[in-house]
Write a protein that binds this ligand. Sequence first.
Ligand code: GYE
Length: 313
Amino acid sequence: MIAVAGLAACSKKEPGGGSDDGKITLGFSQVGAESGWRTANTKSVQDAATAAGITLKFSDAQQKQENQIQAIRSFIAQKVDVIAFSPVVESGWDAVLNEAKEAKIPVILTDRAIDSPDTSLYQTFLGSDFIKEGNLAGEWLVKQYEGKNDPVNIVELQGNTGAAPANDRKKGFGDVIAKDPKFKVIASQPGDFTRAKGKEVMEAFLKAHQDIDVLFAHNDDMGLGAIEAIEAAGKKPGVDIKIITIDAVHDGMQALADGKINFIAECSPLLGPQLMELVKKVKNGESVEKRIVTNETTFTQEQAKAALPERKY
Ligand code: GYE
């Protein structure tokens, strides 16, 4: 399907990547549509491409690595000028990225990193510092329980297995709370960054454990699903169980303002404009920084109330 549509769209292209209308063509392989963050990110990329006059070939991988590999191969076959993608998992990209390298098509990683030691496989990585986000979540928690000695029982909802934000947020949070033995992660499981899975796994946590004090969810959507499970179990989210999440998308911020979430570390999905700048630069052979970190903040309940009216997503 992708290849056929590509052939038709490419009929005016010259071999080697240039198009006769002078426009840059970007092949973008998105993770999926698993969360509010992802929806905002997709819109940001699409809007920024239009604004920059860049022709975007967009492909949704539905959270499957094999679909992303297939999309990248199709972009190579179509001789796009630049390939950008947000890798669903960290490992297993060397083969397909070597194919892009051989075809002399520059690759940009957006949002999520890969773990290959061969950094010549991509030009740059634009996205958040996920370890820092986990650190910030942990630091807020440590402050809440300062001066108290009772054990604090924590459950954790992880992102999809093997994804950079799941690995790094777990590590960032874990490193901070490990400094005080009263913090105990009593259960930790993947909720795949979706509301439905977050709810399902939280239901299981609640059945298995009577004494949960804190939920750390790797994104807002899983936290929002868990809130439904907590309410269904007759408990008050934000009060009986403190909830920390990451992202700060609209529905998460609303739940924070409503007192159902206690703290959110922001992760910005608005990567489109910076990505298009990078696309133009690498297409022109200009050098770019190997790592570009997004600016982010954190929100308490009061800060969420103040920020909500101005929030763009
Ligand atoms: O936090 C989550 C999404 O890769 C930073 O993916 C992204 C994460 C984001 O599904 O909501």
